[in-house]
Design a protein around this ligand. Structure first.
Ligand code: GLU
Length: 489
């Protein structure tokens, strides 16, 4: 087989969608598996919907996911430029080839004329296809229209291409994911390939670029299947090799509707802002339509690349289970290198006065609070008692864990012993706390964990949280004293 070359071709009309991230991942995996090249192309022909901020977001998100491209706008390559708006001089040449071969024609219809055709079709309850009114204009008719100031678009003649290369009007192709797919091309209608303003339409630009960039396999969402039939006809009309196509099922929300903002985050950057790790996101989207051979779901990108086969990708839609993503993110948070995790956590806890802690202390705090969380944004609340002098009590904690006679006795005894506690030597402090618990067990029959609940409540305002050793160590004697005394008062 010739070199495998695949591409991801996002249109910068929004931030990088999680569905595009999956398409990018599957292309990346396919390239890795086949020692091929994975290419990034920016499809920005629609100037009105394009913005630099979206382009930046696409770059940043793909990079953050670790899906490094071999060729692209920033890294270059032999087939650039890789941004469509920088290729505008290329497309008219190929449109001219199609005009010369008779597979395309100039269309002078105005938007109003086209609208009228569409209305007529809808009145007759017919699917709209262009009337081909302009296909057989004579040179003098065209000159006349030009003289009126009309600028032509270029339309592709579906019927001419179909008749030239196929015996029937049914066009087939063998999809890598979905198997045989076909369409009656008489329903397609002659479509515009170059607009009257001289810019290409998506279906045309994509074929020219995929052809010139020698793309061998096109893996993308199934919402493009209807485009694929048009694109195959263009390849044939140009006499070009047709790449292989693989169409992925859609990603649906848990209610089986299209995944949209009302279900939660949809862009990779939004997920990151909410505290999802890119490793977890990538692992999660890999499982939307693909399953590892050993059934184990937590996989690194390298492990997935080893195991991935495009033919095993499910042809049906996948459901985006936010609960599962949360679980998976929690797994990644638990096992991530603590230095790295702390760095990622900082933006989520910057409401606190981070300068109060050393780097080492902050790492201890994150290590001690990461266990139960599923997204990093939970850390703001879960680490709050490590900062500042005063704390807020959770509901009922004061009444149940501080204000009772037993609790007050525990706190007062703790306060009386505090001066003797060695906060600088953790092992020693650990032993002193054990002795403290034993004292209440032996003298008053109070369970050690009840004794510690009281201390925890006084120091954190909560009945659950980080390991007590870490709390004492990080707060230090002065803050501990202040909070215990406050709880007694
Ligand atoms: N620019 C197209 C999109 O974002 C790419 C489609 C394709 O992969 O051909 O949907």
């Amino acid at each position: 087989m010739d070199e495998v070359r695949v591409r991801i071709a996002p249109s910068p009309s929004g931030n990088l969608h999680i569905g595009t991230a999956r398409t990018a991942l599957f292309n990346y995996l396919f390239a890795k598996k086949n020692n091929g090249k994975y290419i990034l192309r920016i499809e920005d022909t629609d100037a009105e919907r394009t913005s630099q901020a979206y382009i930046d977001n696409i770059f940043d998100s793909l990079k953050a996911l670790g899906l490094k491209w071999d060729e692209g706008p920033d890294v270059g390559g032999d087939f650039g430029p890789y941004t469509q708006s920088e290729r505008f001089d290329i497309y008219p040449k190929y449109a001219q080839i199609l005009l010369d071969k008779g597979f395309a024609y100039e269309c002078f219809c105005t938007p109003e004329e086209l609208e009228a055709e569409k209305e007529e079709a809808s009145k007759n309850k017919q699917a709209y296809v262009y009337s081909k009114k302009c296909e057989n204009l004579t040179e003098s008719q065209k000159a006349q229209l030009r003289a009126e100031g009309r600028k032509p678009a270029v339309r592709f003649s579906v019927s001419k291409a179909q008749q030239a290369f196929h015996n029937s009007s049914i066009l087939h192709f063998d999809d890598l994911v979905k198997g045989d797919l076909h369409q009656d091309t008489s329903l397609i209608g002659d479509f515009v390939i170059m607009k009257s303003n001289g810019t290409p339409t998506y279906n045309f630009a994509v074929v020219i670029d995929d052809m010139l960039m020698k793309i061998s396999h096109i893996i993308r969402g199934e919402d493009h299947i209807s485009n694929t039939f048009k694109q195959i006809l263009i390849y044939e009309a140009l006499g070009a090799d047709i790449p292989k196509f693989g169409h992925l099922g859609m990603i649906l929300a848990p209610d089986r509707s299209k995944l949209s903002k009302r279900h939660g985050a949809t862009a990779v950057s939004e997920f990151v802002e909410k505290g999802y790790l890119t490793e977890a996101l990538l692992n999660f989207v890999a499982l939307l339509g693909w399953s590892p051979s050993d059934g184990a779901e937590i996989k690194t990108l390298d492990e997935i690349a080893q195991d991935f086969r495009i033919g095993e990708v499910s042809s049906s839609n996948s459901i985006f289970e936010y609960d599962k993503l949360n679980w998976m993110n929690g797994q990644y948070i638990k096992k991530m290198d603590i230095k790295e995790l702390t760095k990622l956590a900082i933006p989520f806890i910057k409401k606190h006065n981070l300068a109060e802690l050393t780097e080492e202390q902050l790492e201890k705090v994150i290590a001690a609070t990461r266990e139960p969380i599923t997204v990093l944004s939970e850390l703001e609340h879960d680490t709050s008692y490590f900062f500042g002098k005063d704390i807020e009590y959770d509901e009922g904690v004061k009444e149940e864990n501080i204000d009772t006679e037993q609790a007050q006795n525990i706190l007062k005894y703790f306060a009386s012993q505090l001066e003797t506690y060695d906060f600088d030597v953790p092992e020693k402090l650990h032993q002193q706390m054990a002795d403290f618990r034993t004292y209440f067990k032996e003298n008053y029959g109070i369970k050690p964990k009840v004794t510690m609940w009281t201390i925890r409540a006084a120091l954190t305002g909560r009945t659950r949280g980080a390991d007590m050793g870490v709390i004492l160590e990080v707060l230090g004697k002065d803050k501990v004293k202040y909070r215990i005394e406050k709880a007694i008062a």
